[in-house]
Ligand binder design. Sequence first.
Ligand code: WQD
Length: 327
Amino acid sequence: MTWLVTGGAGYIGAHVVHAMVAAGERVVVLDDLSTGDAGRLDGLPAVPLVVGSVRDRGLVRRVLREHGVRGVVHVAGKKQVAESVADPLTYYAENVAGLVALLEGCRAKGVTRFVFSSSAAVYGTPDVDPVPEDAPCRPLSPYGRTKLAGEWLLRDCAAAWGLAATSLRYFNVAGAAHPRLGDTGAANLVPLVFAALDAGHPPVVLGDDHATPDGTGVRDYVHVADVAAAHLAAARALTAGSPGGTYNVGRGVGCSVRDVLRVVAEVTGADTTPTVAGRRPGDPASVVAAVGHARRELGFTARRDLHDMVGSAWTAWRRLSADAVRG
Ligand code: WQD
């Protein structure tokens, strides 16, 4: 069967495409290339790239029909928290209205298997640690609210017309399975630290007065290659007849900002002594996944550690910098 991967030219989406193809799945990609890079699909000649938006209803139906799509992995979407606060309309249009348009196409074409890119941002500031999937969801940003709304929509479609849908709540994604697949977004901690080092500036710690062991924010960092493996496991479970579900995608291990800075120093040899600024508004002290549900039901366990993430991210970052110099 053929899977449509939306956002398949993006940082996470391209890792999903490579993992699914390597596992023998047939894939077609829909990506508007607003942040995606077609070069991430180099080496995959059998994967058609259709350039366009999930909000283009005619295009979605044509792709589903022409490629005989039987399942969708929906990764396309906007995912920057601060940007979503400044521009909620764009986030609801892309992340919610885009999902509505895609699901209308799926219903029209009889596509009933759906894997959805959700986020730990749906939890907001959890009051349990680690946080299980049945914890209260109180998202703190428009971004997180669009992801929670997406989950609700999928559950309602499942009840109404038999959609089998799985939502994957990513925690903090980092690393690269190959140097050409690195995160070019530079909006999350690891690439931000690299950018500071490249600029000759100390990294900035956003708050060292959190209720955590060393006072800095604790997160559950998970390698993007493991995140891709979780998508493959979810797709295969749906193919095997699973009705779908909601799963955390993390390691179940909390790392502080200082932990990350220490590993960056080990990997790069750089001095990562930071400057300390105030907390970011709405930043939870600690967000760590409970990972038993995905292990039991999907057979998924993240295998790579923080050193793998930082090391692979640094290799990809240096390649990106070298490419930029070459122009
Ligand atoms: C990580 C930690 C910061 C930058 C994001 C988004 C979303 C979601 C989860 C997918 C925090 C600290 C950061 C810096 C710092 N994933 N920090 N200095 O905020 O946990 O959430 O990932 O949907 O992408 O919600 O990620 O990388 O911004 O911050 O000290 O320069 O690093 O305070 O503790 P975050 P982040």
